[in-house]
Unconditional design. Structure first.
Length: 436
């Protein structure tokens, strides 16, 4: 049986996860089992497939296999922006934007519905978001974002430097652009909640890494560390690890990005953050820092991208990057000198060249899904649900939109890819340095 070369194993501590109570012990697969469908990966894509497939096929047994814990991957370690719209660069064609928005919004409304139905306590907060601009690169991009929102007829309002200072307590930004329609969450809590409320016929196995798989006669055999699963259908929702299964190799780039978070701030520190009310701020530049003040008063900073073919990033390197986050925090709020980060961590996400899709049936009974580059959480929720619809032959206009999405195109081979990424990263890094 072909063996997978890389299995996910994070050494660092994701602050969102650490802020939650300890989870129930993992249900680990031991021995051999036969089920109708196996899904690999309990991130936003795999959980969305599992929820929809479980609902559509209550008559069959479905297994969801996760190498670590549900929410340990990128879906539980991100910045927690569930976006309804997002676009960098000059405004795109209106028809393309409208197609994207249908998919983003459907993913967002699926997540909203499940959070309400299952009463998932993930700090769901629809307070909109602020795009911040600190330097010339930010200024260029914030104008483009404003133009895109205007093109789509979406609400937006400018915030002057003084208004930014009043709202979030810093003069770091030249100006901001406020818009609404998104949600902010604790992503680890959201993923855990979705995993806890799977349909009855879906069984979750955690700490159960798939180490090899092969097609058999009318069945797939999936080998895990302590057992094996035999199923008619296999769904791969393994995020950046998809290529380990031979899906879309050379069509996406795994890029690591990093985050740090404080413990809940004391009142005197909170008083330095303007109104002290929760907020979510995205840099208008593609490469700048994301900042949040959470519902429970933790300050979150995300910054930096690295090409990461052998993810995850080792803990000592993550620790170094935490120092950059601290610098970013103090550049904005020098008064927080005494505040340290409780946790720093990394996560890896996939980027394609053309914002292309990886979605569909790749061999008889073998399905795969990878979320898109832009607004991946809401796109992943939509794509996962639509993959289950596709598997069950449930046609819809949304499914046709998803299927019409261009496939992720082939990237240059390594080492040319490495060189290309290093140059692009260097250029973005240099132009956006004021936005860190
Ligand atoms: C720091 C950071 C901030 C981000 N901020 C945002 C944001 O604010 N908004 C947004 O929309 N996106 C954001 N993203 C991107 C987004 O989180 C990801 O693109 C998205 O979560 C990918 O979802 P996924 O389901 O495809 O992959 P994942 O969440 O990575 O899930 C894949 C799962 O498959 C499992 N798996 C892989 N291989 C195996 C195996 N062999 N056996 C068993 N299980 C396996 C993994 O353990 C993992 O849990 C951010 C990412 C990072 C890292």
């Amino acid at each position: 049986m072909p063996r997978l070369k890389i299995i996910p194993k994070h050494e660092d501590r994701n602050g969102w996860w650490e802020s939650l109570p300890p989870p129930a012990p993992a249900n680990i697969l031991n021995g051999e089992r036969r089920v109708h469908t196996v899904i690999v990966g309990a991130g936003v894509c795999g959980l969305a497939v599992a929820h929809q497939l479980g609902r559509l096929r209550p008559d069959v047994e479905i297994a969801l296999l996760e190498a670590e814990r549900a929410g340990f991957g990128a879906s539980g370690r991100n910045a927690g922006f569930l976006l309804n719209v997002h676009s960098h660069g000059p405004p795109k064609r209106t028809d393309i934007l409208r197609r994207n928005i249908r998919l983003w919004e459907s993913g967002l409304s699926d997540l909203r519905r499940m959070v309400r139905e299952f009463k998932i306590d993930c700090g769901w907060h629809e307070i909109g978001r602020i795009y911040g601009s600190a330097g010339p690169d930010g200024e260029k991009h914030i104008e483009q974002i404003a133009a895109t929102l205007e093109q789509l007829g979406l609400s937006r309002s400018w915030m002057s430097r003084d208004e930014m200072k009043e709202r979030i307590g810093t003069e770091f930004y030249r100006r901001g652009l406020y818009t609404s329609g998104n949600a902010l969450v604790n992503p680890a809590a959201l993923m855990r909640g979705l995993a806890r409320h799977l349909p009855m016929n879906v069984r979750l196995y955690e700490q159960t890494p798939v180490v090899g798989f092969e097609p058999g006669s009318h069945a797939y055999v999936v080998e895990t560390e302590a057992g094996r699963m035999i199923s008619e259908r296999l769904v791969l929702a393994a995020g950046v690890y998809l290529r380990q299964f031979g899906i879309a190799p050379g069509r996406y780039v795994p890029m690591a990005t990093y985050a740090s978070m404080t413990n809940p701030l004391a009142d005197d520190a909170l008083a330095l953050l303007g109104t002290g009310m929760p907020f979510g701020l995205l840099a208008s530049s593609e490469y700048g820092a994301t900042i949040r003040l959470t519902n429970d008063n933790r300050l979150f900073v995300r910054n930096l991208f690295n090409f990461n073919p052998n993810s995850p990033t080792p803990a000592p390197r993550v620790c170094e990057i935490g120092k950059l986050h601290r610098k970013g925090m103090l550049n904005r709020w020098p008064g927080l000198e005494d505040v340290g980060f409780a946790h720093s961590w990394g996560g890896t996400m996939a980027f394609t060249w053309n914002n292309g899709a990886v979605f569909g049936e790749f061999a008889p009974g073998l399905y795969a899904v990878l979320t898109n580059d832009v607004s991946p959480m809401t796109r992943g929720a939509a794509a996962g649900r639509l993959l289950a619809d596709f598997m069950e032959g449930n046609d819809s206009e949304l499914l046709r939109l998803q299927l019409a999405f261009p496939g992720a195109c082939r990237l240059p081979p390594r080492p040319f890819l490495d060189i290309g990424i290093a140059i692009r990263r260097g250029l973005l890094h240099a132009s956006a340095r004021k936005e860190f």
